[in-house]
Ligand binder design. Structure first.
Ligand SMILES: Nc1nc2c(c(=O)[nH]1)N[C@H]1C(S)=C(S)[C@@H](COP(=O)(O)O)O[C@H]1N2
Ligand SMILES: [Mo]
Length: 559
C-alpha cells in the first residue's frame, strides 16, 4: 500500500500535465461565459473576440489570407450556408476555442512547474502567476484592438486582469486539492483510497460548477443580447417613389435567379472584426481635417441636409468572392458626391489624397484627382432608403465605382486630406492596389421544372447574373458540353453599375451535361476565361454547372 499512499507525492509527470490541463479546461470555459455575460450586461470586452481580432490584424498578410481562404474552402465544401455569415461564426468559434486552449496549456504548464519545484501546497498568491501571465497580455491587446466596448478602457483593463487573476487563484486552489501533499496523516492506507475517491468527486463537483456557470452565463448573456438593439426603421423619402428604374424591362428573369435587388438583411458582410463597431448617431461626427482651409466636423443630420442627395443602384463585390460565390450584392445607395464635400472643405493646393478611416481601424486612400473626375464617388448613408445597417457601415461608407469592396471603408470616422500616398489596409497585406472589378458571370438556375415546348421542341430556362464593375454588360453567352456559345437575353439592369440578369432558353437533351456562361462588358472587353484565384486581383474564369437533365412529366406527355 505504500505505493498507493504516495500517490499524491509521486503522481506521474503525464498525470500532472493531465490534471493541469483538465483544471485549465474546467476553469477557462466558465471564464469565457462570464466575459460573455458581462459583455452583454455591461458592455465590457468579450476577450476571445479581441484576441482573435488582434491576431488577424497583426498576422502577416499572406497568412491571414491563407487562413481566410482555407475557411472559405471548408464552408463551400461542407455547404455551411451563406459564406460571410458562416465565416464570421467560424471566426468567433476560433476565438473562443483559442482562449480555451490557452487556458488548458497554461494550466498544464503551471501544474507541471509547480510540481517540479516541490510537492507542497501552493500559497494563495501563487495563482496570480498564471493569472497574470495570461491576463496582462490579453488586457493589453484588448485595449489595443477593442472598439466595441461601452465601458472605459481602464475599467476594461482591470476587468480582464481581475478575471484572469481569479481564474489563476482558482487554478492554484484546485492544484492544492488535486496534487499537493496533504498534511501528515496517521493512517496511511486508509488515506490513500479516500484521497483517490475524494479527488474524483472533487473533479466531478468542479465539472458541475463549471457547467452551471457556463450554461447560466452563456444563456443569460445570449438572452440579454437578443432583447437589446432594436432595429432602426426610419425610411428616407425615396426620390423614385419606390419604382425601380428598369420597371418596364421586357426580359423576365427565370424563377430561381437571385433577386435583382438583394434584400438588405441578406447582403454579405466582410470586415476585419469579430463584431462590427457600433457608432452612435448622437455622438458620431465626420471630421474632415488636414490640408483644408475649412476643416469640417459634420453630424449625420448635416450630411443629409447640407449636401444634395443622390441615389445609385450598385453591385458591390468582395475581391475574395470566388467564381459563382455569394460575396456580391446589389442595393440602392443614397448619399452625396465627395466632390461636394471637398468643395465645402476647401482643399488646399498640393493636396493629393484622402485618407479615410473606419471605426474598426480599417483605412484606405483615395486619389483626389479621381474624385474630381468622377462625381459618382460618394459618401453613402442609406441603403434601400434606410440608414445603413450596423454591420454594413452605419452611419457612413464610401462608394468608388468599379472597385472591389476592399477599397471602400465602412463606418467612416474621419477623412484626412494629405499630400502623400499611403497603402490601404488590404493593400499592405498583398492585395491589388487598384482592385478593379473583374467581369464575371454566374449561372443561378437550370430550371428543369420550368421546361416548356415551343415549335415542337422542349426548352429549359437557364438564368443568372453577369457583372463588370461600372462597365455594364453587353453580351452573355451560354454553352452546353463545350458546344457553340449561344447568346442569352439580357434584362435591362437597374443601372450600368449593377449586375445584369440574363436568361437563356436551352434546347433540352436528356442526360448529364455541363453548362457554362461567359460575358462581355459594355466596352466590348470579354471576361477573362483563364482560371485565376481571388488573390491578389479578384477571381477570373468561366462559371459552369453540371446538371442531370430529366424531363419532369410534361404537359401532354401523360395523355
Ligand atoms: N471599416 C471597414 N470597412 C470595410 C471593411 C472593413 O473590414 N472595415 N471591409 C471592406 C471589404 S473587404 C468589403 S468586401 C466591403 C464589404 O461591405 P459589406 O460588408 O457591407 O458587404 O467592406 C469594405 N469596407
Ligand atoms: Mo472584401
Amino acid at each position: 500500500m505504500t505505493e498507493e499512499r504516495s500517490m499524491s507525492g509521486t503522481v506521474g509527470g503525464g498525470r500532472v500535465l493531465g490534471y493541469g490541463a483538465l483544471a485549465g479546461l474546467l476553469l477557462t470555459i466558465p471564464l469565457v461565459a462570464i466575459f460573455w455575460l458581462a459583455d452583454a450586461f455591461l458592455g465590457t470586452p468579450f476577450v476571445p473576440f479581441d484576441v482573435l481580432d488582434w491576431a488577424a490584424r497583426n498576422m502577416p498578410g499572406g497568412l491571414i489570407t491563407f487562413a481566410i481562404d482555407t475557411m472559405v474552402s471548408i464552408i463551400t465544401a461542407l455547404q455551411l450556408g451563406e459564406t460571410s455569415t458562416a465565416a464570421k461564426a467560424a471566426e468567433q468559434l476560433m476565438g473562443i476555442a483559442g482562449m480555451v486552449i490557452s487556458g488548458v496549456v497554461v494550466g498544464a504548464v503551471f501544474y507541471h512547474l509547480a510540481r517540479r519545484r516541490s510537492a507542497k501546497r501552493l500559497s494563495f498568491q501563487a495563482g496570480l502567476i498564471p493569472g497574470l501571465v495570461l491576463g496582462l497580455p490579453v488586457a493589453l491587446l484588448s485595449n489595443d484592438v477593442n472598439f466595441s466596448a461601452l465601458t472605459a478602457p481602464l475599467v476594461n483593463f482591470l476587468w480582464i486582469v481581475v478575471g484572469f487573476a481569479a481564474w489563476g487563484l482558482a487554478l492554484a486552489t484546485m492544484y492544492n486539492r488535486l496534487l499537493a501533499s496533504p498534511e501528515p496523516v496517521e493512517e496511511p492506507a486508509a488515506e490513500a483510497s479516500v484521497e483517490t475517491l475524494d479527488r474524483r468527486s472533487f473533479l466531478v463537483r468542479m465539472g458541475g460548477a463549471a457547467a452551471t456557470i457556463t450554461v447560466v452565463g452563456a444563456g443569460v448573456g445570449s438572452l440579454l443580447r437578443e432583447s437589446g438593439g432594436s432595429a432602426t426603421t426610419v425610411r428616407y423619402a425615396s426620390s423614385s417613389g419606390g419604382v425601380l428604374p428598369n420597371a418596364d424591362a421586357s426580359v423576365q428573369p427565370v424563377d430561381g435567379t437571385r433577386p435583382e435587388l438583394t434584400p438588405v438583411e441578406k447582403h454579405y458582410r466582410i470586415d476585419i472584426s469579430s463584431r462590427p463597431p457600433v457608432l452612435e448617431e448622437e455622438t458620431w461626427t465626420l471630421p474632415v481635417t488636414g490640408m483644408v482651409d475649412n476643416p469640417l466636423d459634420l453630424t449625420l443630420a448635416d450630411l443629409r441636409s447640407d449636401f444634395r442627395p443622390m441615389d445609385q443602384y450598385l453591385t458591390l463585390s468582395c475581391i475574395s468572392n470566388r467564381i459563382g460565390g455569394d460575396l456580391i450584392g446589389t442595393q440602392k445607395w443614397t448619399g452625396f458626391s465627395l466632390q461636394d464635400l471637398l468643395t465645402r472643405a476647401k482643399v488646399q493646393e498640393g493636396a493629393q489624397y484622402l485618407r479615410i478611416f473606419g471605426g474598426d481601424g480599417f483605412h484606405e486612400t483615395v486619389d483626389i484627382d479621381l474624385i474630381n473626375e468622377d462625381q459618382r464617388i460618394m459618401l453613402a448613408y442609406a441603403w434601400d432608403d434606410q440608414p445603413l445597417p450596423e454591420r454594413n457601415g452605419f452611419p457612413l461608407r464610401i462608394y468608388i465605382p468599379d472597385r472591389y469592396g476592399m477599397k471602400q471603408p465602412k463606418w467612416i470616422t474621419g477623412i484626412e486630406v494629405v499630400e502623400d500616398y499611403e497603402q490601404g489596409y488590404w493593400v499592405t497585406r498583398g492585395w491589388d492596389e487598384e482592385a478593379l472589378m473583374q467581369t464575371t458571370s454566374v449561372i443561378d438556375v437550370v430550371a428543369t421544372d420550368q421546361a416548356f415546348m415551343s415549335e415542337g421542341m422542349t426548352f429549359i430556362p437557364v438564368g443568372g447574373i453577369a457583372h463588370a464593375g461600372d462597365r455594364s454588360i453587353s453580351k452573355v453567352e451560354v454553352r452546353m458540353d463545350e458546344g457553340d456559345w449561344q447568346e442569352a437575353q439580357l434584362r435591362d439592369p437597374l443601372s450600368d453599375k449593377t449586375w445584369v440578369l440574363w436568361r437563356f432558353d436551352m434546347p433540352f437533351s436528356e442526360g448529364r451535361h455541363r453548362i457554362e456562361v461567359r460575358s462581355v462588358d459594355g466596352e466590348g472587353e470579354p471576361q477573362i476565361e483563364s482560371v485565376r484565384g481571388t488573390r491578389p486581383s479578384g477571381a477570373t474564369g468561366v462559371h459552369g454547372r453540371n446538371v442531370d437533365l430529366v424531363l419532369e412529366a410534361e404537359a401532354g406527355s401523360e395523355a
